[in-house]
Design a protein around this ligand. Sequence first.
Ligand code: ANZ
Ligand code: ZN
Length: 801
Amino acid sequence: SAPYNHKVIEKKWRKYWEENPVNVNDGKKPKYYCLDMFPYPSGSGLHVGHWRGYVISDVWSRYKMLKGYYIIHPMGWDAFGLPAENYALKMGVHPSVSTAENIANFKKQVKDIAAIYDWDMEINTTDPEFYKWTQWIFVKMFKAGLAYQKEMPINWCPSCKTGLANEEVVNGECERCNSPVTKKNLKQWMLKITAYADRLLNDLDKLDWPEKVKKMQSEWIGKSYGAEIDFAVDGSDKTIRVYTTRPDTLYGATFMVLAPEHAMAKELATAENKELVEEYIYKASMKSSVDRLQDKEKTGVFTGSYAINPLNNKKIPIWLSDYVLADYGTGAIMCVPAHDERDFEFAKKFDIPIVQVISKDGKEDAELKEAYTQPGIMINSDRWNGMDSEKAKKEVPDLLEKQGIGKKTVNYKLRDWVFSRQRYWGEPIPIVHCKDCGAVPVPEEELPLLLPDIEKYEPTGTGESPLANIQDWVNTTCPACGKAAKRETNTMPQWAGSSWYFLRYVDNKNDKELVGKDKAEKYLPVDMYVGGVEHAVLHLLYARFYTKFLNDIGVIDFDEPFTRLFNQGMIGKDGAKMSKSKGNVISPDGLIEEYGCDSLRLYELFVGPPELDSEWDDRGIEGVYRFINRFYNLVVANKDKTLEATEEMIKIRNRFVYDITTRIENFNLNTVISGFMEYNNKMIDLAKKAGGIDRDTLQTAIILLAPFAPHVSEELWSQLGNTGSVFDNTWPEYDEDKMKDSEIEIAVQINGKTKGTLMIPAEASKDQVLSIVKETMADKITGTIIKEIYVPGKIVNIVVK
Ligand code: ANZ
Ligand code: ZN
């Protein structure tokens, strides 16, 4: 019969599945929601790196389907935001046009994966029927006091000409274009994610997520305990509040540093120091955050003023330096050079005294060569002397609070989320600014507030979005009082839609509710979420925040969106991440043409452990292609034989099921593929010995392969004379008793030297084994036996004299 022809087979089964969907919701099966992080449809299309996550999630979905679940496996498009707008600008077209083209192209490419996506559930974040609800959530947050305006210095990308969230600044650079990020004072919409800090932290315990990701989130939230302490300014009635996590070192505070942006920075400058101070403040404002953080050498300026250490009333100089951040803690710190590395460096450079207050053994060091950051015994600290520093750390905040010097605090690194962008391609923020009523939300029944269709959408760079120039859109009336008012012109960040999209798939046509209660209850939350680890903080944290909020206002009845998370590693080529700019992108199209979808699916898994980064090698796909051919030929050659299964066949079949099942369950998907190759070889050997392979074993092998290589599995299933789909089956079971060998090989030693091997019955007892050995090896055992050692299943050692 005909050899394996992927083109014919794949075309045939695609058509079959279109007419006979395999993933059916009969209302009785339990649901399993397996979600991909939806793609951002860029202009360059899908490459084999994108495929990896989609293949993993599809294999998992199909496996669960065979295990008896109805699978929710949707796909959609995350299409608002900077990259799409930058691409459109570059191509000289409107973003709505390029976005639609990119989506069409992506969809075509995604379909090539042959995943069981339910396209009836498709969503697109730029579709007004979708972003109506993105805006609705904003209005609800506004009404709940969680969306508010604030004038503040925000991260500003001079190249993208827009403000950025902290999460979008990576090592001081714009996540999108890698330009150094600067600061700009702008009135911003903020989302109060900090109100959820404790829940976002504590609920990590509930999640079946990689520990690494949970750790990144908890560090990002960054909860710490400390104290705020007020220092009086010498010769004035003013005080400066500092935030410290080490109030136990208060006796060692020999100077104070304020961020250059601190509200009191200028007024603290004495006449003599005024000029230098102002120059320093100006220079700091011009520096990008990269430079501020990466500066090797500490810089600073003395204000000329002094503060009073509230414990010992000593005068300490007040400096300004940009190593203190304006928007963390209070923007001012007490500096303890003996025990903090940055303070140590600063004190050395500017010749400020260093007072040690903790030492290893209670004795002061002759000279500190570096900051001593370990625990120890308190010294130079008056009545705290001799105390264990760890104990002091715990008790001092209370002591200070009792003395009225400070107040215990909990601090978080997490900031509120800067939610406005000064760009065109995003959801308009549904707010109207009225002179009398202030910020008024657009009435919920008027949503969506459509993004106006305009020709000139280039960023202005003035801090205003291009929407500000469209007079007939901007000028409106106040929904509260009816007087003339102006629309908010900022748009939402790209993350807005992706923070809740997973809820919408299951009820994407509902124009009354974000998601209907019945559907939410039946199909949500997500059971398995598959995507790249680069979203560990941003997207996953925002999505958790939105879910908790929607839970609080009664839209959904759960408060964590993704029960289980799997992060696939990236695919690289020639040691570098695959990217268009590096010119090392491999498109799946040519590989599908030459080897077929099934082979590409297998190779995406075979390339390496799914959670690790792996190197792509085009030659590797030939190996899996050969395997498919060999398996195909084996099944076809044996399809008409009526053979009784031998004991050996039954054993191999059960082991096969066991190995593949346990490897899938452990997500060792690359070893699943090597397992197929290994068992295929075993079956080929067996066929030679026994004149063929029994039908049960062949059918079992085909079902096992089906989630991985669905087309060829369907084809072989039907070649065996079956009707319907291979996915009508249930996942095969294994019987551990039948996996055991009937005979095993053991080594025989005399006086520790190996003399040969013997086959013995697998179930034989020690006595039985020894008697078999003594009988067969009688001629070799000369002398008196003084000891007999049996290592079960492995070795017999006879010691003679
Ligand atoms: C005195 C001290 C002594 C400190 C010592 C540390 C060690 P985390 O854990 O990150 O919250 N700090 C406070 N606000 C700051 C700001 N706006 N910019 C830069 N540094 C700031 O760290 C809190 C510690 O970082 C605080 O405790 C403060 O220095 C510094 F041996 O106060 B510490
Ligand atoms: Zn009004």
